[in-house]
Design a protein around this ligand. Structure first.
Ligand SMILES: C[S@@+](CC[C@H](N)C(=O)[O-])C[C@H]1O[C@@H](n2cnc3c(N)ncnc32)[C@H](O)[C@@H]1O
Length: 235
């Protein structure tokens, strides 16, 4: 019988890789994908990109359409998710000499210093407890180039109206489900923003699904002013 555990001694997301898109569509329709792609155009010129927890490859496929020459490090702890991503690209005849697929745990990986023009974390930081984010985010910050940007999309707790209660209930169910099916250690949603805000500033932000979902682009504090002017110019 096949062990439910991977080489890291945990279950990771392997068993969800084949049904991940279906589950997402049943619960959120097109809104997660809209959130992922909300600011993808800002990566058009990025030469080196680190994608953490890419999942099943839907973001990477769009990134390569937009910016076929970018060099991507695509890191995920789930070998099945990495295989699903590779399969998706293969089906679309997208050749991947510039993609480095890395099967690793983001928490213990040794990141190259000042290497990336962009870091991408889409529905990834929500896997971690606040204490883990406090260690992981500064570590990643060292691998971001000085003028680098960080694209984040994730869940947040809506603060107003009926969605405050619906959002809480949905998040409660999702955490129970993912803790049952995978090895995530987070029991509830931690906020990555205070850790990102130590070195970065948000320049563009969009909210979806009555504010349960957000997408933000963060820049280094000293280059954020320029980037936010550019954001206004480009609408
Ligand atoms: C909720 S899925 C998000 C996938 C995708 N980014 C998306 O937008 O839907 C979380 C992804 O992060 C990966 N992941 C979770 N914990 C990880 C870790 N410690 N190191 C590396 N990848 C991890 C999972 O394998 C999975 O592919």
């Amino acid at each position: 019988m096949k062990s439910p555990h991977n080489q890291f001694g945990t279950r990771s997301y392997d068993r969800l890789s084949g049904v991940y898109q279906l589950l997402e569509t049943i619960v959120f329709g097109p809104w997660l994908q809209k959130t992922r792609l909300a600011h993808i155009d800002r990566l058009q010129d990025a030469k080196t990109v680190l994608i953490l927890g890419e999942g099943d490859g839907r973001f990477l496929k769009e990134l390569l359409k937009l910016n076929p020459d970018c060099q991507v490090d695509c890191l995920d702890k789930s070998s099945a998710m990495l295989a699903t991503t590779q399969e998706r690209l293969k089906k679309k005849n997208i050749v991947t000499p510039n993609i480095n697929f890395i099967h690793a745990d983001a928490l213990s990986y040794d990141y190259p210093v000042k290497s990336y023009d962009a870091i991408v974390t889409l529905f990834f930081l929500d896997n971690f407890k606040s204490s883990q984010l406090e260690e992981l985010i500064p570590k990643l910050m060292h691998s971001l180039k000085h003028e680098g940007k960080w694209l984040v999309a994730d869940f947040q707790q809506p603060q107003k109206g009926i969605m405050k209660y619906i959002g809480s209930a949905l998040l409660w169910v999702m955490y129970r489900f993912f803790r049952w099916q995978t090895d995530i250690s987070a029991k509830s949603l931690a906020n990555p923003q205070p850790f990102l805000a130590k070195q970065l500033t948000v320049v563009v932000s969009k909210h979806y699904f009555a504010s349960l979902l957000y997408s933000e682009l963060w820049y280094r504090n000293d280059s954020a002013k320029y980037a936010s002017t550019q954001a206004r110019v480009s609408g």
